[in-house]
Design a protein around this ligand. Structure first.
Ligand SMILES: NC(=O)CC[C@H](N)C(=O)O
Length: 374
């Protein structure tokens, strides 16, 4: 077993064993509390730039398969677990966690006190950090110091280069009776791909959209040339404040001309497009157990989440939005809707993957909003 170390910008050092590729990696260290769904987490493009520390103590016990990918490959910058299961048992499994990480050149560390690391991140907030299998701890510390995620545009590394159509519905194994309402037919949604997760696209198909995915850096004219009935702004990595204001201006034009829906990064981009302040949270929300209240109905949804930034409540009220969802743990804004325009967004992930399906009806809400507005 090869030794690996994790170093934080605070100087804290954790010694464990290497999983995945030998070598060095740096990123922003965040913790995720989901008890399953590590494959969806690894392949969520929103994790570009981040090293993910899983709080659940055994990861890898059902292996990795061909169906549960949220994108073409893992995007995490590094992976931290307590125990990386050496065996797996699942009829769909194709490989072990270690084999998968190696095949995709992801550097990881196991057998560290992930609980201690999580407590540290809760007290100090998300921290920059690095993992290495080399002996040179000083050069790792330097690399960690030089790493920056704030105000950086990471979308450029994950967005599609070319437009494409998406046609798959939800994967229904175990959910054969699941009913998603097909609200629409023959309506086209253009997706601005900031790092989109596939399950979002699958839900858009289920509620009746034809789905066309465009690169993040698309102008109003690019979008208009596809003649859409609606626009969707996807999840994505990094700091939404890092996106150049010339693009924000284009998005503003797009959003004010088409019924629009944003999830997570997309929600933050809608906020920015209307001049709403976006701020960095202390350690964010990453997991599958975040309670959110729907203001209108008083219903509570347990939701999947993965974000470090949030829209400012006071600012969004001033810019013509109302709050539609709130986080019950910390009171942060979890969703908003424009008071005059058909523009809605949520900070959490109604598509789950991984996580509970409580909020999947929000895709139907979007489709209904589109139906009423075109
Ligand atoms: N999942 C996402 O879209 C994340 C959005 C943004 N990168 C954040 O961390 O807040």
């Amino acid at each position: 077993m090869k030794r690996a170390i994790l170093v934080l910008e605070t100087g804290d050092v954790f010694e464990g064993i290497s999983i995945g590729k030998d070598g060095t990696t740096v990123g922003e260290v965040v913790f995720n509390t989901a008890m399953s769904g590590y494959q969806e987490i690894l392949t969520d493009p929103s994790y570009k730039g981040q090293i993910v520390n899983m709080t659940y103590t055994q990861i890898g016990n059902y292996g990795l398969n061909d169906e549960d990918n949220e994108s073409d490959r893992p995007f995490v910058e590094g992976f931290v677990v307590k125990e990386a299961s050496v065996i797996h048992s699942n009829f769909r499994a194709k490989e072990t966690l270690n084999e998968y990480l190696k095949r995709h050149s992801i550097v990881g560390i196991a057998e560290i006190d992930t609980r201690k690391l999580t407590k540290l991140l809760r007290v100090k907030g998300s921290l920059r950090g690095g993992i290495t299998t080399e002996d040179n701890i000083d050069s790792l510390k330097k690399a960690v110091e030089n790493f920056e995620i704030v105000n950086r545009d990471l979308v450029q590394f994950v967005s599609t280069k070319e437009p494409y159509e998406f046609n798959d519905g939800l994967f229904r194994f175990g959910f054969e009776n699941r009913k998603i309402k097909k609200v629409l037919s023959s309506k086209r949604v253009v997706v601005l791909d900031f790092g989109v997760k596939r399950n979002i696209l699958r839900y858009l198909i289920e509620v009746g959209f034809d789905v066309v995915v465009l690169p993040a850096y698309s102008t109003y004219n690019d979008v208009a040339s596809f003649n859409p009935d609606a626009v969707f702004l996807s999840n994505g990595p990094g700091d939404p404040r890092g996106i150049d204001s010339k693009w924000i201006e284009e998005y503003r034009k797009i959003i004010t001309n088409y019924p629009s829906f944003g999830i997570c990064f997309g929600h933050q981009i809608i906020a920015r497009a209307f001049g709403v302040d976006v701020y960095k949270m202390k350690f964010g929300h990453h997991g599958g157990n975040h309670p959110v209240k729907e203001i209108e109905s008083d219903n509570i949804f347990v939701t999947a989440q993965n974000h470090n930034y949030a829209a400012d409540e006071k600012s969004l009220l001033e810019k013509g939005f109302k709050i539609t969802y709130k986080n019950l743990n910390d009171g942060s804004v979890e969703g908003m809707m424009h008071k005059e325009l058909p523009v809605m967004s949520v900070q959490f992930h109604p598509e789950a993957s991984p996580g509970p399906h409580d909020a999947e009806g929000i895709f139907e809400n979007f489709a209904t909003m589109v139906k009423e507005n075109c």
